[in-house]
Design a protein around this ligand. Sequence first.
Ligand SMILES: Cc1ncc(COP(=O)(O)O)c(C=O)c1O
Length: 420
Amino acid sequence: MAYSELNTPIRTIMTPGPVEVDPRVLRAMSTPILGQFDPAFTTIMNEVMEMLRSVFQTTNEWAFPVDGTSRSGVEALLCSVIEPGDKVLVPIFGRFGHLLTEICERYGAEVHTIECTWGEVFDQQVIIEEIKKVSPKLIAIVHGETSTGCMQPLDQIGAACRTLDVLLIVDAVASIGGVDVKVDEWFIDGLVGGTQKCLSVPSGMSPITYNHRIEKVITRRKKVERGISTEEDRQKEIGMSHPFVKSNYFDISMLQDYWGPRRLNHHTEATSMLYALREGLRIVLEEGLESRFARHKRHEEALISGLEAMGLELYGNRDCKLPTVTCVTVPTGVDPESVRSMLLNEFGIEIASSFGPLHGKIWRIGTMGFSCRQENILFTLGALEAVLIRHGATVHTGKALQAALDAYSSQKKENYSVTS
Ligand SMILES: Cc1ncc(COP(=O)(O)O)c(C=O)c1O
């Protein structure tokens, strides 16, 4: 059977990931392959580490990608730190908090969870009190919860964790590169980012960073290179009580030996993905972190103006809204999946539904990275209005695009006044 040449439709991707990839990144991916120990390639590895430190706003020595989708970074950090029986606290405010819980449980942690209503986040003090009550070895928490479009403030939790000698591991998969994430200033010990969201690189790598506090834990669990392969031998020969990490692929001490000056062989690096990540990071740093965050805010503001002018209701508490994901309540009587299908089939626009209790109740519109552009916002608003009318929904016709355009022109005026 003959298959035709790959010919995918052109889409406007307004989901919380994967999002559109900058053409510069796609071009970088077609760069010829290098051997993974070729000095030309190890130089690229070092450059990526350096750029990651800037994007993570950290001076940590360790900042590198784990090969795999975003959860690979989450799993690598968690499985390298968690020893069976360790207490872990997971505050849950959406689907990805449950993912953290699930991973921690698989590695034998005694997981304590607290949960708040979806659409809300925790008062940081509530989490700090819970840490005092549970005395966990670590707390694992999501920063930008893509399932609910909420963002958990973290600026006080890390400092409390230092005082209480607890490790803080953060899932910033949906926020890195689109929203301020201050690893050092917020005293975050380990953090995971995503490529396919605000960095606008394809899915397939998960950049992580961690500090000396985590390095200390993983070093004492290192599987020593003396043919010691079982827990029993390890105890006998080196008398260490800390079990080695149960995953080979995700053992950060091994990844560290590969990314660090020892360059010990571990996996075969995903060369083309690293080219992509390098270009994605270069674009972020060229734009500048502050300007990039401001751009995400500007387009979010225009989108919200348009949606509200149309008469749609936003889901979730606005005080804790994640700027890169806007959740919209599906109007009564409207079939949410039929609206999404028509957007895709007639306009080539993809928006997302949500998970669990929110499935069918909200749509999620992402404004991330390269997808976060004025023409995409205007196109989505115009198309959504048309599709909702076709579905019999009551909308204020003709208002959405005008409101979004007004938002853009008032932002321009503000900008002029700033610069003049
Ligand atoms: C906040 C958050 N964490 C983790 C993940 C898991 O990422 P992946 O599906 O790339 O493994 C996602 C994916 O959407 C996410 O939004």
